[in-house]
Design a binder for this molecule. Structure first.
Ligand code: 4NP
Length: 158
């Protein structure tokens, strides 16, 4: 691979799922010695400048990741040129990302969980209205995807 992976994780609010996906990907990349750029964003602007949901901060902390200094931001047009991959957490996020993509977008756009099982079309469920267990499930999903992504990048098959 000539360009180092630069991955943007996108959900709706950028306070629950995508910060956890970013944290898991940073963690698994570091463990594998893989150099990456990673960030996360929301399709909506509800939580711009806000820290992640306290339940996401708690879940990340259980797994040795401190995300308390992350700040919510909205997906921006320049992201389509800055990142090699833009990965959506669910189908609605994917449709929104695809609708915003400019004709000269260079980022590959896809569904995060397709990294685990191509074509299965699985989504990461929104835990916002759930309890802490829902956030544990979110971590499980995004961590599986993070490990699969790192493996794919190491083998240069993505
Ligand atoms: P996220 O979860 O998209 O995983 O960050 C949500 C966060 C906030 C809202 C919805 C989903 N909200 O409606 O404010």
């Amino acid at each position: 691979m000539t360009q180092r992976p630069a991955v943007l994780f996108v959900c709706l609010g950028n306070i629950c799922r995508s910060p956890l996906a970013e944290a898991a990907f940073r963690k698994r990349s570091a463990e594998a010695g893989l150099c990456v750029d990673a960030d996360s964003a929301g399709t909506a602007d509800y939580h711009v400048g806000s820290p992640p949901d306290p339940r996401s901060i708690a879940e990340a902390s259980l797994h040795g990741a401190d995300i308390s200094n992350y700040a919510g931001r909205q997906l921006h047009m320049r992201d389509f040129l800055r990142f090699t991959h833009i990965l959506a957490l669910d189908h609605s996020n994917l449709a929104d990302v695809q609708a915003l993509a400019p004709p000269d977008a260079t980022a590959r756009i896809g569904l995060l969980m397709d990294a685990v099982e191509d074509g299965k079309n699985a989504a990461v469920a929104d835990p916002y209205h759930g309890n802490q267990d829902a956030f544990a499930e979110t971590w499980n999903d995004v961590d599986r995807a993070a490990r699969a992504l790192v493996e794919r990048f190491m083998r240069a098959v993505i």
